[in-house]
Design a protein. Structure first.
Length: 340
């Protein structure tokens, strides 16, 4: 299946973490193991150089942006997966990052607008057009709680009219703002051409299960590009397969699927450290991967970035409460091969 066929079919796309040694250097062996894990788990794509990969990889003294993108692309080259590169910064930086990603072989650029907090809609759209001229765009509504900015219905309507836009990750963690994106897409007339992906980690199952009917037409979330899906990825793939089967049978089984939504949201709250405004979100994901043996530790590039007070106990609680969410058995059976 071609890359963009996968995109429109709807797939699981984990936001790829960064594997580090205790000295906070790139652990290439475990970085490769993570990519192999996602591919073997059935993910249809990987998103690299995004928030979960840690934006600090771009700092000149760190210098990991290009090496990490190349390593993931090389590892995934034998799999039928979408390769999505995080693209951020003001226009000159964003264009450079898009050019690099395209040269390495990435299919799409996930475009963050966080570096343009005061730009007008017209300025934002011109920025997007410049980047779309380099690489097809995966739009991104990032929640303000972790550095995003509010984006209007008018912006999303204009964004969907850009020829190079192929998909949008909707992650404002807000139903009103999620609806702004859906309305903009439907009203642009391109609901059949641009794939919506949920990034609303607090509302994953309802987003995927329910279509969106509006006065101008309808749309739906085809899949998800999620930090939450950086862990327990095999279960995420099975969940999406169940939802897609449910859609083909006029909602048969939807009540049972929806009943699991609270468990997934509760688990996400612990991993993403919601009670502390997401301060420990990356470390929380690392902790799960550490327990499974995929990472050697939960180290982040910033030595001060770790789990928040009480977060470890919350992770213990949700792991004990919802064992059905974990894919420990799958990881255990394949880990040695991924680490070779």
């Amino acid at each position: 299946m071609g890359s963009f066929d996968l995109l429109y079919k709807g797939v699981v796309i984990p936001a790829h973490p960064l594997a580090l040694t205790a000295e906070r250097k790139l652990d290439e062996r475990r970085q490769v193991a993570l990519t192999r894990y996602y591919c073997d788990a059935g993910a249809g794509g990987i998103a690299v150089g995004v928030h979960t990969t840690q934006f600090a990889i771009r700092d000149p003294h760190v210098g990991l942006f290009e090496p990490v993108l190349r390593l993931a692309a090389e590892t995934a080259s034998g799999f039928d997966v979408l390769k999505i590169a995080g693209v951020c910064g003001k226009t000159p930086q964003a264009v450079r990052e898009a050019e690099l990603a395209k040269d390495i072989g990435y299919d799409l650029g996930l475009l963050s607008l966080a570096a343009l907090p005061t730009a007008t809609d017209d300025e934002l759209l011109e920025h997007c057009r410049r980047v779309a001229a380099v690489i097809p765009l995966f739009g991104f509504y990032l929640q303000p709680s972790v550095g995003g900015r509010l984006l209007s219905y008018d912006f999303w309507r204009g964004f969907c009219e850009i020829e190079g836009v192929a998909a949008i990750k909707v992650a404002p963690f807000n139903r009103y703002q999620t609806l702004d994106v859906a309305r903009g897409l439907v009203d642009s007339g391109r609901a059949g051409e641009i794939a919506l992906y949920t990034g609303n980690d607090d509302n994953i199952i309802p987003d995927l299960l329910a279509g969106i009917r509006l006065s101008g037409g309808s749309t739906f979330f085809r899949g998800g590009l999620l930090g939450q899906w950086a862990v327990w990825t095999r279960r995420a793939v099975q969940l999406l397969e169940s939802i897609q089967a449910c859609r083909t049978t006029n909602g048969l089984g939807s009540a049972e699927i929806l009943a699991d939504s609270a468990a997934l949201t509760d688990a996400n709250a612990a991993l993403f450290d919601v009670r502390n405004r997401f301060a420990g979100c990356i470390a929380g994901l690392h902790e799960i991967l550490r327990r499974q043996g995929l990472l050697a530790g939960r180290w982040c590039l910033d030595p001060n970035e770790d789990l928040s007070l009480g977060q470890l106990e919350e992770i213990d609680r949700v792991c004990a409460s919802y064992p059905q969410l974990a894919d420990d058995d799958f990881v255990r059976d394949h880990l040695d091969g991924w680490l070779k």
